[in-house]
Design a protein around this ligand. Structure first.
Ligand code: ATP
Ligand code: MG
Length: 366
């Protein structure tokens, strides 16, 4: 899978941009704030239908521009296809096209261009809060399993509505009659989220452990364990069973939810624990161990995408190499020899002999 070329009009700091890419390593080189990350963001947007730095589409449109247009020719599954997205300032909804045909939703573009993104924040993902680790799983699964993306969207909507109902009960207690219906639907979609995540994490754990073991010279065994509501003892059990356990949890937490006016039951607080030789990394992982494990997770993500779809996803490395010591840099570079890779870096760095360099200055190719 690879991107042949990309054109941008009115996207972030790009007024009018067009560039062809190498099948291997593409280095996006430039000083700070010139548009390197913006370029990766454009690729990500076409691939996933969402931006990775913001949820607000308006921020993606160049200041003062009426619209932003992104288009790329992509080679995937032996076919050349064009992907195009147009966003408008104001209320008009964005439009997506695949090889000239307008597509109603982003799920229709799913799988055409899959991307694995790795940025400096990800290096600390095992030390941060649960939200970051959920995002790691959700971002991957939204690309791999279109049904998961729909379930996640549905769950988020239900969660927001249920929270609003719980808050509204002060003035209108009769609102609570709506809760059983919300609980039913949230147990159904929640069971899909939990089982899909837990199964994916099992795959991820196996692959990541192999990378981490090599990197630590066989000394460290990395394990990942999914953590969800207490009544779900086996998150990889069939969805119907997890659904039943979620209903139990909801029932036992109903009073607490009404009193606190918050949603306390469901997978929206889920997490996973990473451990090295049995010691939880969040508490005991050293800086280097944490970083190495995070790299292993990302490399594992790429492996799974390849196993699952039969094509190697495009790898986007935003500024990560500069955050790594030479040993870790080599480890990453040795394992990304195959497939198409985009690497952003600043001019003074020593990585510029890896592949084709594309020099960016102020939203234009130098
Ligand atoms: P660094 O090396 O610091 O990470 P970078 O090259 O990755 O820099 P980007 O994040 O890609 O930089 O680009 C940042 C620049 O893009 C900022 O100067 C910002 O003001 C500009 N920018 C962001 N959004 C828009 C927009 N909607 N319209 C115009 N310019 C924008
Ligand atoms: Mg950047």
């Amino acid at each position: 899978m690879r991107i042949l070329d990309l054109s941008l009009t009115g996207f972030r700091n790009y007024a009018d941009f067009s560039c062809a890419f190498e099948p291997g390593v593409n280095l996006i080189v430039g000083q700070n704030a010139q548009g390197k990350t913006n370029l990766l963001e454009a690729i990500c947007y076409l691939s996933r239908g969402t931006a990775f730095r913001t949820r607000k589409e308006a921020e993606l449109i160049r200041f003062g521009a009426e619209y932003a247009e992104l288009s790329a020719r992509v080679q995937s599954f032996g076919r050349e296809q064009t992907m195009r997205a147009v966003m408008f300032a104001g209320r008009r909804p964005r439009q997506l096209f695949l090889s000239g045909v307008k597509k109603p939703s982003r799920e229709d573009l799913n799988g055409v261009l899959t991307t694995v993104l790795f940025c400096p924040e990800d290096l600390l993902v095992l030390k941060k809060g649960a939200a970051e680790r959920r995002k790691l799983l959700d971002d991957a699964l939204c690309q791999l399993r279109p049904k998961y993306a729909l379930a996640l969207e549905e769950y988020r909507k239900l969660l927001a509505q249920k929270a609003a109902v719980l808050r509204a009960r002060i003035d209108r207690p009769e609102m609570l009659e709506l809760i059983p219906d919300y609980n039913e639907r949230m147990a159904q979609t929640g069971a899909i989220l939990i089982t899909t995540r837990a199964k994916y994490l099992r795959q991820l754990a196996e692959r990541a452990a192999a990378h981490h073991e090599t990197f630590s010279g066989g000394l460290e065994r990395l394990t990942l364990t999914y953590q969800t509501v207490s009544t779900v003892t086996d998150p990889t059990a069939p969805a119907l069973e997890v659904y039943a356990r979620l209903k139990d949890h909801q029932a036992s937490h109903y009073r607490a939810e009404v009193e606190s006016m918050q949603c306390l039951s469901g997978p929206h607080k889920d997490d996973f624990e990473a451990a090295l030789n049995g010691l939880p990394m969040k508490a005991f992982g050293s800086q280097g161990q944490t970083r190495t494990a995070a790299i292993s997770l990302k490399l594992a993500e790429r492996d799974i995408f390849e196993d699952d779809t039969g094509e190697l996803p495009v790898l986007l490395l935003d500024d990560v190499l500069s955050e790594l010591d030479p040993g870790r840099q080599d480890f990453v570079l040795n394992r990304i020899r195959r497939g198409q890779v985009f690497i952003t870096c600043c001019e003074q760095e020593k990585v510029t002999d890896l592949g084709k360099s594309i020099h960016i200055e102020n939203g234009a190719i130098l």
